[in-house]
Design a protein around this ligand. Structure first.
Ligand code: NAG
Ligand code: NAG
Ligand code: NAG
Ligand code: NAG
Ligand code: NAG
Ligand code: NAG
Ligand code: NAG
Length: 920
């Protein structure tokens, strides 16, 4: 009896197990039978969700991670049915056969199949994989294939590795941040790719680009625009032409161009990059002085394998060499000249050069297949008698400067594509211009359509043939970013040219550890620094923190001039600062009363914590300054100002109203930034002062949250009651306003209010409204309550500037509900930030396919999950590269909306307005 009971019980249990088994079971069984599993993988349980290395959620398989287990076999063709898969990993096994069709796995985030024996790839790989963040297929013996067009569809992609995959053809041209906005790492090394770099690289946000070991060629000029780059490896290709100006690549750490055919000077914009750690230049055709890098840079530049004038790093070339190199520059530094023009004496057999003694008398470069323009630098070779540039493909005009050559007898530019007027040469100079179809006419590049004369032309020459000059390296920029500096200690002073200052960076050993000092000549910077004695040393960066001196901040903000004010807020005034290279920063000068008298140490430690909080959606704190009563914080500059400008003041500022997609994207950015604050491992941060004037926008209209953590610096109690509460009343959670009790739900409430503002286009507190509608939350709840009865009330509440099609309306409806939920009266009824992120991101993703306007791409968020975001920030110690001044003196960093400060509100009445209205 007892036994049979037990049996029934067992049957019952087994039954209940199998009845719970996943709908993915057949596919998983197929997978199991295709793979020759080793005995340490026990997939015997009838329910695949119980298999080790398999994870399910809601009875659907979400993860399969079967790595490094010496597994053979193949993959079944129906893996595609595992539609809830987020992670699919089989790396480092010996699985063979084709990679099956995985298109349409819309939730797949990680696809990791590297180091196997797969032999082919489906044509539509990546198709529909809108969640895919990382794909690693490197080292598989695929038969030759091309990078598929369908890669474009993987719009969340962050990392792609196709190293050693037998890729052929060209690199397609869809890597701009418009198309693949999150892609930061692209590894295509060791393939058979050919052709030139696609232009879209120049508009990408790539941080790591590995293209070494294939047949790529052409110019590398677009590197100039790849300002996010940290690691670049182009080794072993056939790239040619010069290295462009790299001064914008402020995070560049690895620069490997070994074994190419690059020519020209190694620019100071490369040698001056403070972030550099490793440089490989060996086996190219570089010319000019052997470059000299900082001591901390590991340099691989075997001088002999290039075409430098002298082997000693930094030794200047003979002036004749410099001049001829600037002639070569106008010709794009052709490889042909680079191979011949080596050493420090042009009279030592250089191609096309004839000398009399040590004077260059003839430059004969006819029929060399030259392109480019005629350099005005010819005029510096006073001994020149003959210039022959005939039978090339030169364009541009004949520079006026050439008329100054005292000994010139012959100038032959026949059979090119020279245009414009011929300057007046002295008597006895033979100028041959035949065979130039456009000579004495405007050339194809002429900006004006009228008949141009010689002198007019000469000005266009200046544009076409850039003058070689000291490229400015942002010395002061490094000050703001001091972190980079002290990692790069130099034993010898390194001179950095700046347009109006002369800055010497050198290491300095002081009692309290390593430090770097800047010497700034007195004439260098405006404002108060005039009082500095010449070469007085300004203490800039102390090891281990981010201290920036008051002198530096004075000089970059023009002595805190009115004109530099970006805004005023409860914590102080924010100034725009401009570093010497034009990089802008924002300097917040704290109101003495806004900061408590906490000990300096405590202030410092708070700030140190804040500087570590780096996230794509938080405005980065770059450093600070304490000097007597002065407390200053240095932030990245956000060129597009505050959300409130765009939401409430767009008309005055002659902007377009934000469309719904963009509003959603901004909301999601904010939610992500705050989610990061709320979920920091050691210490959860509560912002407490979220509002549109604290939400700043970059040129890409992506949002970042500012002023986080500042409340903690405020004197206890004072901040919330007296200083700031009035300014932010409309956003305050009732329990906070009444009791001062702070939990993360306070931020949820504020975000709810911001969502309401985004939906309605109305301010949290709007005194222009009738009395019962002044307070947005109250009004919103009333409309929400009547919404079901009165459909129009809901529609009428939506900002008329939002273009309402059906789809938008549905989306607004969801955010409307979310906003109400966030502003629930009881904190416990409000969702957490993770939920908000989920809701908003589902809307932005779902939005994507119907998108027509490319501008709307910003509406999709492809942000990285939190842990990766933290890692990324840590890796990059990122700095904002944003430049343009929006020109608006009222923008950002403080609040223009402090008009609200003056609204007289009785706190008791305010609290009542919350308690009297029920949540929805
Ligand atoms: C599967 O593995 C076993 C043991 O290693 C081996 O004997 C067998 O041949 C393998 N089968 C296949 C199809 O690889
Ligand atoms: C690339 O494809 C060719 C042709 O199928 C093949 O012979 C070669 O082994 C492949 N290379 C690699 C590295 O798999
Ligand atoms: C680059 O290589 C391709 C062939 O791979 C060739 O057709 C093209 O002319 C080359 N371009 C340059 C700039 O050398
Ligand atoms: C760099 O970007 C600017 C602005 O987008 C563009 O005009 C320029 O052509 C780009 N330069 C290169 C070399 O791609
Ligand atoms: C690049 O240069 C560094 C520093 O000299 C060196 O350690 C490294 O091996 C070089 N890399 C290659 C691929 O040559
Ligand atoms: C070189 O040129 C300079 C100035 O033009 C002249 O003084 C000198 O005599 C010349 N030397 C020779 C060897 O022609
Ligand atoms: C240079 O000019 C020659 C002759 O006009 C022409 O055949 C050739 O295609 C041109 N080459 C280039 C690179 O423009």
């Amino acid at each position: 009896m007892a036994k049979s009971h037990l049996f029934i019980l067992l049957c019952f249990l087994l039954n209940s197990v199998s009845s719970q088994t996943t709908v993915d079971e057949p596919t998983m069984q197929a997978l199991k039978s295709h793979l020759n599993l080793t005995k340490d993988v026990d997939w015997s349980n009838p329910n695949p969700c119980k298999w080790p290395t398999v994870e399910c959620s809601n009875n659907r398989v979400t993860r399969i991670q079967l790595n490094n287990k010496a597994i053979r076999g193949t993959l079944p063709s129906n893996l595609q049915t595992l539609t809830e898969l987020t992670v699919l990993e089989f790396f480092m096994n010996q699985i063979s056969g084709p990679i099956p069709d995985l298109s349409g796995l819309t939730r797949l985030q990680t696809l990791n199949l590297h180091d196997n024996l797969f032999d082919s790839v489906p044509k539509n790989l990546f198709s529909g994989m809108v969640s895919l963040q990382e794909a690693y297929l490197e080292y598989n013996p695929f038969s030759p294939w091309e990078i598929p067009e369908s890669l474009k569809e993987a719009t969340s992609l962050q990392k792609l590795s196709l190293t050693g995959c037998n890729l052929t053809g060209k690199i397609p041209d869809f890597f701009s941040s418009q198309t693949l906005p999150s892609l930061t790492s692209l590894q295509l090394s060791q393939n058979l790719l050919q052709g030139e770099l696609p232009p879209s690289f120049g508009a990408s946000s790539l941080q790591k680009l590995y293209l070494n070991g294939q047949k790529l060629n052409g110019s590398v000029s677009l590197l100039q625009n790849m300002t996010s780059l940290i690691e670049l490896d182009l080794q072993g290709n056939a790239f040619s032409g010069p290295i462009p100006d790299l001064s914008g690549l402020e995070a560049l750490s690895l620069f490997n161009v070994r074994e190419n055919q690059l020519t020209g000077l190694v620019p100071p914009s490369l040698t001056g990059l403070k972030s550099l750690k490793t440089v490989n230049l060996t086996n190219n055709c570089f010319q000019g002085p052997t470059p000299e890098f900082g001591k901390s840079v590991a340099v691989d530049v075997i001088a002999k394998t290039n075409r430098f004038c002298l082997e000693t790093p930094g030794a200047p070339c003979d002036p004749r060499v410099d001049t001829l190199l600037s002639v070569a520059e106008s010709l794009g530094y052709p490889v042909k000249l680079a191979t011949s023009w080596k050493g420090n004496d042009p009279c030592d057999g250089w191609l096309g050069i004839t000398c009399s003694g040590s004077n260059v008398t003839v430059v004969n470069l006819g029929r060399q297949g030259l392109t480019g323009t005629i350099s005005p630098s010819f005029a510096k070779i006073a001994s020149l008698e003959t210039i022959n540039l005939s039978n090339n493909n030169l364009t541009g005009t004949i520079p006026n400067e050439l008329t100054t050559l005292p000994k010139l007898k012959t100038l032959d530019v026949s059979n090119n594509d020279i245009y414009g007027g011929v300057p007046k040469f002295g008597d006895g100079v033979a100028v041959v211009t035949s065979g130039n179809a456009n000579i004495n006419k405007d050339g194809p590049l002429s900006p004006d359509g009228g008949g141009g004369g010689g002198s007019k032309k000469s000005s266009s020459v200046k544009i076409i043939a850039p003058v070689v000059g000291g490229v400015v390296v942002a010395a002061l920029c490094l000050v703001g970013l001091g972190v980079c500096l002290y990692k790069k200690r130099r034993a010898r002073p390194a001179k950095v040219q700046s347009p109006n200052s002369h800055v010497v960076v050198h290491p300095h050993h002081s009692g309290d550890g390593d430090a770097i000092k800047l010497s700034v000549a007195a004439s260098s910077v405006g404002g108060s620094s005039n009082s500095q004695t010449p070469n007085s040393e300004i203490h800039v960066v102390e090891s281990g923190n981010l201290v920036i001196s008051i002198q530096v901040l004075r000089s970059v903000t023009n002595n805190f001039s009115e004109e530099n004010i970006l805004g005023k807020g409860g914590f102080g005034t924010v100034y725009r600062g401009e570093l010497h290279d034009g990089t802008k920063i924002a300097v917040k000068r704290m109101e003495p009363s806004a900061v408590s008298d906490k000990g300096l140490e405590e202030f410092k430690s708070e700030i140190t914590v804040l500087t570590k909080m780096r996230h794509r959606h938080l405005v980065a704190l770059l450093g600070y300054c304490l000097d007597g009563n002065e407390k200053l914080l240095v932030y990245e500059y956000m060129p597009q100002g505050t959300l409130s400008q765009h939401l409430f003041h767009w008309k005055e500022e002659e902007r377009k109203p934000l469309d719904w997609t963009r509003r959603l994207a901004i909301a999601l950015d904010v939610a992500r930034g705050v989610e990061y604050l709320h979920t920091l491992a050691h210490q959860s941060f509560i912002h407490r002062d979220l509002k549109p004037s604290n939400i700043l926008l970059g040129d890409d209209m992506r949002a970042k949250v500012s002023d986080f953590g500042l409340v903690r610096l405020a004197p206890e109690g004072k901040y919330s009651i007296e200083t700031r509460v009035a300014g932010t009343f409309g956003y305050l959670a009732p329990e906070y306003a009444v009791t001062g009790r702070v939990t993360t739900k306070v931020d949820i409430f504020s975000l709810g209010v911001i969502l309401m503002e985004l939906i309605t286009g109305r301010k949290a507190l709007d005194v222009t409204q009738p009395e019962d509608s002044v307070h947005l939350v109250t009004w919103f709840r009333r409309v929400a309550a009547s919404k079901d009865k009165d459909k129009d009330a809901f529609k009428n509440a939506i900002d008329p500037n939002i273009n309402l099609d059906e789809e938008t309306l549905a989306s607004v409806q969801i955010v409307w509900d979310l906003a109400g939920h966030c502003c629930a009266r009881e904190p416990i009824n409000r969702p957490d930030m993770g939920h908000i992120v989920n809701v908003l991101s589902s809307l932005t993703v779902q939005w994507k396919p119907s998108e027509a306007d490319p501008d709307d791409l910003y509406g999709i968020d492809y942000d990285v999950p939190l842990p990766q975001a933290v890692k990324k920030w840590q890796a990059s110690e990122g700095l904002s590269q944003t430049m343009d001044d929006s020109g608006s003196s009222s923008s950002a960093y403080g609040s223009r909306d402090n008009t609200q400060t003056s609204i007289p509100i009785r706190p008791s009445g305010f609290a009542a307005s919350f308690t009297s209205v029920d949540g929805r």
